[in-house]
Design a protein around this ligand. Structure first.
Ligand SMILES: C[S@@+](CC[C@H](N)C(=O)[O-])C[C@H]1O[C@@H](n2cnc3c(N)ncnc32)[C@H](O)[C@@H]1O
Length: 237
């Protein structure tokens, strides 16, 4: 009984730590992020602001746009960049485990359910239009200047320029290939002290292997914690 009470107090604390926008996207069924990950994402956003780390905010893997809305709301005077195919998730590869392949089979057979039994985002006809409308509902205009959405494979839509700098990047794209591509690509444009969060580190073997491989080869990145998701810091020097 005391354990149950303790858990419910801890849950209440996490809910209270969230800004209203994060509570609302969860209530509206726009995000797959469970409460612990949303609270951790928000805490890292607040830390970047408190430490005045320079740079934009980006997300790779938006689905219905829930976590992206939270990130875009906190962009201040900087930009938010969101990347997604805005359609069916591309398949896993031989670098992924049975977990990813069986999940993809369910999706490909048209049997995936969505958030709280709603429509699965990968079966929505105009997902890009749906996400833009959700942004608008939250007072965010996709103007391609301060809020930029790029539709297509990350590998084709993201090629950072010399001047690109990020303070926080959220990588939420499940399988080995996209996670490996995103983490290696953003590493060179993270501000010192900036943070990369990889959502699926504990969910999919391929994602975890991709992160571990990049970290083993890139000494500028430090894995700070792995719960409730991977939090990777760009070293100051
Ligand atoms: C788990 S969902 C993102 C969840 C979202 N962040 C939320 O708040 O619920 C993963 C997304 O990544 C996208 N994705 C995965 N691999 C991709 C790739 N190579 N290029 C573009 N989008 C990709 C999928 O289509 C999907 O929309």
């Amino acid at each position: 009984m005391f354990q149950k009470l303790g858990r419910s107090i801890a849950k209440r604390r996490l809910i209270l730590s969230l800004p209203p926008v994060a509570r609302d996207v969860m209530k509206d069924g726009l995000t797959y992020l469970p409460l612990e990950r949303m609270a951790s994402l928000n805490a890292e956003l607040e830390r970047m602001v408190a430490q005045d780390v320079p740079g934009d905010i980006a997300e790779f893997g938006m689905a219905l746009g829930g976590s992206a809305i939270v990130l875009a709301k906190s962009r201040g005077k900087r930009r938010f960049l969101g990347f997604d195919v805005f359609g069916r998730i591309p398949p896993p590869t031989d670098d992924d485990g049975a977990d990813a392949h069986s999940r993809f089979k369910v999706i490909a057979e048209g049997k995936s359910t969505g958030i709280r039994d709603g429509e699965y985002y990968g079966y929505v006809d105009d997902l890009f239009g749906r996400v833009v409308s959700s942004f608008e509902k939250y007072g965010l205009r996709v103007d391609n200047q301060s809020i930029i959405l790029r539709k297509g494979l990350f590998q084709e839509t993201f090629s950072p320029s010399e001047s690109d700098r990020f303070r926080l990047v959220h990588i939420d794209c499940d399988w080995y290939d996209p996670v490996f591509f995103c983490l290696t690509s953003v590493s060179r444009c993270m501000s010192p002290g900036g943070v990369v969060i990889v959502d699926d580190y504990n969910d999919y073997e391929g994602c975890r292997n991709a992160v571990d491989k990049v970290l083993a080869e890139d000494a500028s990145l430090l894995l700070e914690r792995t719960l409730p998701h991977a939090v990777i810091r760009k070293r100051a020097s």
